[in-house]
Design a protein around this ligand. Structure first.
Ligand SMILES: [Zn+2]
Ligand SMILES: [Zn+2]
Ligand SMILES: [Zn+2]
Length: 355
């Protein structure tokens, strides 16, 4: 341990005194926290993404089976429909993934489990779907005006003769003038300018109004670059929590710990042994961590006065931030090498909380 580090260390007893020996904080129940197994899925996932040089986890919408799948989960030996594990990894306490919207599907309000709906156009008068779109054209030379069907074709560009003057039309674009379009209902005979849209529930064969549709948001996930979500970090945190466990603590990773103020704090590792608690915060960056980031964690530590708080900063923090940490009783570990960090943490736990 360096001299510099020794100065940063305050025992848990000192911390309690510093904060006035306040009541013990509570930890949120396990259900809301991520399990060891889910962390290992996260670890495999990040490893796989790294090996394939991707950062995005895309869904596959299976309309036949009405399932939303994440094929990447299959690649790492997990159930591809296990969306909840991805949600857990995207939870603020874990923050390995970021959840975003891939697509919003309109689904039938009566059969929302059916993902496939299609759009139907229908007559605004009688709701019939026997609606045709008609294009009105004029034969420029003779002035005859009719819809394209009377000219014997569906498309303007296919018209070859004029039914009135019977002249050949060799260049429809030049010889015909387009006058617009309208819709014709074959059932009620109504002509109208605007068609109405309905959604069609394919499986149960019925229409429903677009405004009555339910909307299903299909997510995708991306690797949270701003977090410490990499294999090395997760591996390190796993090793660190094991190390803390060897001192008789039970540990949890990526948990929310409620502070004295009632505000939950995201803690990378939380250890508990009788009335002793240790909270490890972890931040990494490719350059020195900004003071503002360090200070916000120091503030969080101050809200957890019953806990021995350790902030691991990779690679370094400023001397001002160190001074702040020292003043508030937060132990700081800095370093570039993971082994270096690991041995510092072991020493801290051994010397200051395992008394
Ligand atoms: Zn339906
Ligand atoms: Zn009609
Ligand atoms: Zn003509």
């Amino acid at each position: 341990m360096t001299e510099d580090m020794a100065q940063n260390i305050i025992s848990i007893e000192d911390q309690k005194n510093l904060q006035g020996g306040l009541k013990l904080t509570d930890i949120e129940d396990n259900k809301r926290n991520v399990s060891e197994n889910e962390i290992s899925v996260g670890q495999k996932l990040i490893e796989y993404l790294k090996s394939t040089n991707t950062t995005i986890i895309l869904p596959q919408i299976n309309f036949e089976e009405n399932r939303i799948l994440f094929p990447i989960l299959k690649e790492i030996g997990e159930d591809p429909s296990n969306v909840s594990v991805l949600d857990k990894l995207a939870a603020p306490a874990v923050n390995i993934l970021q959840k975003e919207t891939y697509e919003v599907l309109p689904v039938c309000p009566e059969h929302p489990e059916n993902l496939l709906t299609t759009t139907r156009i229908c007559c605004s008068e009688c709701n019939s779907i026997n609606v045709k779109k008609l294009y009105l054209v004029e034969h420029k030379v003779c002035g005859f005006i009719a819809d394209t069907e009377i000219f014997g074709q569906k498309n303007v560009t296919d018209i070859a003769t004029c039914p009135k003057c019977e002249k050949n039309i060799t260049n429809p674009k030049r010889e015909l003038r387009s006058l617009g379009f309208w819709f014709l209902c074959s059932d009620c005979g109504e002509k109208f300018d605007n068609i109405s849209n309905k959604l069609f529930c394919r499986k149960f064969n019925h229409d429903f109004d677009i405004n009555s549709a339910e909307y299903l948001s299909v997510p995708y996930y991306s690797v949270n670059n701003s977090s410490s979500a990499d294999v090395d970090t997760i591996t390190l945190l796993t090793k660190l929590s094991k190390a803390i466990e060897t001192f008789g603590f039970s540990t949890q990773k990526f948990v929310k710990v409620i502070g004295r103020s009632g505000v939950p704090h995201s803690v990378s590792i939380h250890g508990k042994k009788e009335d002793k608690q240790v909270s490890v915060f972890f931040r990494s960056s490719d350059k020195q961590l900004p003071d503002v980031d360090v200070n916000s964690i120091i503030a969080e530590c101050a809200d957890l006065p019953e806990s021995f708080n350790i902030l691991i900063c990779i690679p370094s923090i400023s001397s001002e931030a160190k001074a702040m940490a020292r003043y508030t009783g937060t132990s700081i570990i800095t370093g570039k090498e993971y082994d270096e960090v690991f041995s510092q943490l072991e020493k801290l736990v051994a010397e200051h909380i395992n008394k």
